[in-house]
Write a protein that binds this ligand. Sequence first.
Ligand SMILES: [Zn+2]
Length: 497
Amino acid sequence: MLALFVCEQTGKMIICVFTLMMSAIFPLYAQEEEYYPFYSSDSTKLRELAVAQQASLKNHFVVPRNMSPDYRESYNTIIKKSAEESYRRVLSSALLDTIVDPYIQSVYRVIVRANSDLPDTKLILTRSAVENAYALADGTVFFNIGLLAKLENESQIAFIICHELAHIKLSHMERSIKESLDAFYSKEFKKQYRQTAKVEYNRHAKMGALLQGLSLGNLQHRRSFEKQADSLGFVFLSRTKYSTAEAYTALQALDKIDAPYSSQKLDLGALFSCSDFSYSFEEGQAKESSIFDVRETMVAFPDNPDTLRTHPDCLKRMGYIRELERAFPVEANRQTYQTSALESIKLLCRREVVQSLYETQNYDYALFNALLLLREQPESGYLKSMVMLCLYELKRHLLLHRFAEVVSVESEHHPENFQHLLRVLYNLNTSDFEGIGNCFAQKMRIEEGTHEYQLAAQYAFAVLREDTEVAEQIKKTYLDRHKEGRFRETLFSASLK
Ligand SMILES: [Zn+2]
């Protein structure tokens, strides 16, 4: 199964190299050819990969013998749930495109070839915007595109992969599960549990704390595993062509990974205000923020067994990497591999991030990231379409009284430029969207056309200005021309009211 996977990726690699060669030979052609996030209406490959992933994780574990039936049942439940979760993860977010996936697979292969003592492993690129990577016991490394978009060079990417491969080599997931269950079924814990259960005052919180101490995310536990993975990951990296000096800078990058791509304030007036609709985007007043910022937590850490950026541990981990560098001095001739090809790939990743945020209904983050990128690529038809689509969804959710579900609560933890956008969004009325959409269409010269995204954006714009007749015509054109289109289900099955 692994051989098949690698072979498949090799096939894609050829396409990738060919694409890069073509852009080098025909730069003008490359500029005209716009990149749209990957989409395939045929989910066969994804389903196959998801099924294989679920089976691989399930088959990897052997339930320990000589344990109580309860212990064995809990063990089975954990494995089953992890396998189901990884099935869902692959099906909903694995990215099997022809440029970014072959690229990261090539980095991964360099590492695997240089480290013959690794068990069978594989890497799955995901469309998640969350800046993270993590490893599962069966040898699967998940690498989120949100992280790829923010790392500075290929050596940093390689270090992150090495760190995850080290978790696999050191059986950290298996050990976490076993140690947690051992503790949970220990006599000592049962005694503590009974005592806590008898306590009248604040019993709930005390129980919670007791169980928390056992959880797989136990902090002490995680710290020691992270240190081990950094250490062995560093050794894996040192055997490749990549620069081990970038292990340190990768952790530095992780330490500030929450920062947006730019801290510059968005000039919303320049995009959304015009002579037909004059609106001051500077007067937005801060609303009261809530400490129960549930969506914020969801976006930051939706799931996952291994959080790379365990604040404030990055600084400690950087200190430890310095020690390793003394033990294994950096070879001066090693390159970081900060190439122009990687810079282009990172820009594609940022488009995938916008798309992923949009599809997971994080319209505030999607709009924010689209606007940041639009400053660098003002002619992008893709980004203009995404801004219009975000405006459409924001208005739709405002009308449905479901705005708070798709727009984050203001919080001092947000970067100032994102916070400013949130203030503006919360101050908008449904009647403002038409004017904003109009100004944006005029200023950004949104062109009509029959490309899938153009039609989707035109439809969104027609609905924003409540022109139902035109909206219906565009919808019909879209459904006629794009029978397998990505917006068929999402955009055209939802109604405005
Ligand atoms: Zn880790």
